[in-house]
Ligand binder design. Structure first.
Ligand SMILES: Cc1ncc(COP(=O)(O)O)c(C=O)c1O
Length: 491
C-alpha cells in the first residue's frame, strides 16, 4: 500500500504541497493487516488471549482509534498515553498500564479500574495503601531476570516475588492478583520460552499460596522485517567492516564505527544498530513461540499448556503492529561538498525525527525526483555516495552517518522518503530544537478512488477487515488496481 502511494506520480509532492514538509504519514490499514495476521495465529492455537497495543511505539491517534475499532486492548505507559486511549474510546477494562509509575499517576490509576502492570514492590505497596477496601484493583506482577542473563531496570527480581505474595495476601479485597508479566526486547525464541516457563513456575507457586492467577502476559518484542534479502544486508555489513579497516571506499561519516571496536587490524564487537537482517515476520515468531515444546510439561507446546491450564495469554505488541505502517517525507534543500570530498544532501528535517534513541537507521532513504526536473537529470554519472544532513546547527545532526548510494545527485525540491518509520522512529526522540516545529502527522487510507490523506488527529477508521480471507482479497485488489489515483483529499 505504501509502495503504491509512493509510486503514484506526484502524490507525495502533492501531499507536501498541501500539508507542508516534513510530514509523517501513517497507514492505519497496514496496521490493521498486521493485527489480523497476529490474531490469525492466536485464534488457531489459543482462543483465550488479549492483544494490548503498546501505544508508546507511536503517538498517532489514528493507530489508537484503529486499535479501539478493531476491538483489541491498549497498553499505556504514561498519563498522556492513558488520556489518548480514553479519548480514542477505550473503556478502563480494555486498558493496561505498564512501566514504572510515580505517586501522582498511581493516585489517578487506583480510581480507574484499569489493569496495573506493577513494576516493583513500592508500587504494589502504594496501590494497596491508596485503594479502597473492596476496590479489587486488577494487577499483574512484572518479573525480570527470567529467560535472559541481562539485567533489566524494569520489573521485580524473582527473589522479591515471595514478598509480593505477602503483600497481596495482606491486601486481598483491595488488590486482585491477575497473574505475571514480562517483556523482553530480544528476538530470541529460547529466551522467551524460558521466560514463559519461569512464569508458569511462578503461577504454580502462587496457587500454593492460595491465589488463582489466570493471566500470563508475554509483553512485546515481536520483530519487524526491514529487508527482503538478509544476505545482501550481511554483505553490506561485511563491506562496512572492511571499510573500517581502511579497505575499499570510506563508508562512514567522521570515522563513525557504529559501536564496532577497531583494534589490532580487526573489527570487534557488535554494532549498535538494529538487526536489520531479520526476515522472520512477527506472526511467524509468535507461531513459533506458541508451538514451542516445554520440556517440564512433557513436551506439550506453550499454547497447549496455557490452554489446558485455562490461562489467558496477553501480548503487548508495538513495533509489530506499526511495521511498514508509516513513512516520513522530507524535502532536499541543497547539496554541497565538504573538505574531504563528501557530498552532503541537506534536508528540512532533523535526525531525531526519524531515528529511535539516536541509533543509526540503516534503511536508506528513497529519492523521488521533482517531476519538473526529473526528465533532464544526468543519470549517466552512475551512483553517487552521499550523507543526508539535518536542519539543525549541530555537527551531530547527520541523518545518515553511513554513506547512501543514489542513482543520481539529488536536486533542491526533491522529495526524500524515509521508509518504515512508524515504529519508534517518528516520536521516540523527536525534540523541538531551534524552534523548528515537529513534523505534522497525517493518516493515509486507500479508497476505491485512490488515496485519502487527512490530519492524524481527524482520522476515523472505516470498516474493519474481518478475516484473513478478506485481507487476502483486499491485498490482491490493491495489487491489481490499475485506475489512476486521483487526489489528495482533505476532510
Ligand atoms: C512493557 C512493554 N510492553 C511492550 C512493549 C512494546 O515492545 P515492542 O514494540 O518491541 O513490541 C514495550 C516496549 O518498550 C514495553 O516496555
Amino acid at each position: 500500500m505504501v509502495r503504491a502511494f509512493l509510486d503514484t506520480p506526484g502524490l507525495a509532492a502533492q501531499t507536501q504541497a498541501r500539508f507542508g514538509s516534513p510530514v509523517h504519514l501513517v497507514f492505519p490499514q497496514v496496521y490493521s493487516e498486521n493485527l489480523l495476521r497476529l490474531r490469525a495465529v492466536l485464534e488457531r492455537r489459543l482462543p483465550a488471549h488479549r492483544i494490548c497495543y503498546a501505544h508508546k511505539v507511536n503517538q498517532s491517534r489514528a493507530f489508537v482509534r484503529t486499535a479501539e475499532r478493531d476491538g483489541i486492548a491498549v497498553d499505556v505507559a504514561s498519563p498522556h498515553e492513558l488520556s489518548s486511549a480514553l479519548a480514542a474510546g477505550f473503556g478502563p477494562a480494555r486498558i493496561e498500564v505498564t512501566g514504572p509509575k510515580g505517586e501522582t499517576f498511581l493516585r489517578d490509576l487506583v480510581e480507574r479500574g484499569s489493569t496495573i502492570n506493577v513494576d516493583n514492590l513500592w508500587e504494589l505497596g502504594r496501590i494497596a495503601e491508596l485503594a479502597h477496601d473492596h476496590a479489587e484493583i486488577p494487577v499483574l506482577l512484572r518479573v525480570s531476570g527470567i529467560g535472559t542473563q541481562q539485567v533489566s531496570r524494569f520489573g521485580m527480581p524473582l527473589a522479591q516475588v515471595e514478598q509480593a505474595f505477602d503483600l497481596l495476601s495482606a491486601q486481598r479485597g483491595r488488590v486482585s492478583f491477575l497473574g505475571f508479566a514480562f517483556h523482553l526486547d530480544s528476538g530470541d525464541l529460547g529466551e522467551r520460552v524460558r521466560a514463559i516457563d519461569a512464569c508458569l513456575r511462578l503461577i504454580e507457586q502462587a496457587y500454593d499460596r492460595g491465589f488463582t492467577p489466570s493471566v500470563l502476559d508475554i509483553g512485546g518484542g515481536f520483530r519487524q522485517v526491514f529487508t527482503a534479502d538478509a544476505e545482501q544486508f550481511d554483505a553490506y555489513v561485511l563491506a562496512l567492516r572492511e571499510s573500517l579497516l581502511g579497505r575499499g571506499e570510506p563508508m562512514t561519516w567522521g570515522n563513525n564505527t557504529f559501536g564496532y571496536h577497531v583494534a589490532g587490524g580487526a573489527v570487534h564487537g557488535t554494532p549498535v544498530f538494529h538487526k536489520y537482517a531479520n526476515t522472520v515476520p512477527a506472526d511467524r515468531m509468535l507461531a513459533d513461540l506458541l508451538d514451542a515444546p516445554l520440556e517440564r510439561h512433557g513436551g506439550r507446546t506453550v499454547a497447549q499448556v496455557a490452554g489446558d491450564n485455562l490461562l489467558e495469554l496477553w501480548l503487548e505488541p508495538g513495533k509489530a503492529l506499526a511495521d511498514h505502517a508509516g513513512v516520513t517525507l522530507a524535502t532536499v534543500e541543497f547539496v554541497k561538498e565538504v573538505a574531504d570530498g563528501s557530498v552532503l544532501v541537506h534536508v528540512d528535517l532533523s535526525r531525531d525525527a526519524v531515528t529511535p534513541a539516536d541509533q543509526e537507521v540503516m534503511v536508506d532513504p528513497i529519492l523521488l525526483p521533482r517531476a519538473d526536473v526529473a526528465a533532464g537529470r544526468d543519470c549517466a554519472t552512475g551512483p553517487v555516495g552521499v550523507y543526508f544532513a539535518g536542519r539543525l546547527c549541530l555537527e551531530r545532526d547527520l541523518i545518515t552517518n553511513h554513506k547512501v548510494w543514489l542513482s543520481a545527485r539529488p536536486q533542491p525540491g526533491d522529495v526524500v522518503v524515509f521508509p518504515n518509520t512508524a515504529a519508534y522512529h517518528m516520536d521516540l526522540s523527536a525534540a523541538v530544537a531551534s524552534m523548528h516545529p515537529l513534523p505534522a502527522k497525517l493518516a493515509v487510507d486507500r479508497t476505491p478512488d485512490g488515496f485519502r490523506v487527512v490530519p492524524d488527529a481527524d482520522y476515523e477508521p472505516g470498516l474493519p477487515v474481518e478475516s484473513p480471507r478478506a485481507l487476502h482479497a483486499a491485498t490482491r485488489g490493491a495489487d491489481l488496481a490499475t485506475g489512476p489515483v486521483r487526489s489528495v483529499e482533505a476532510l
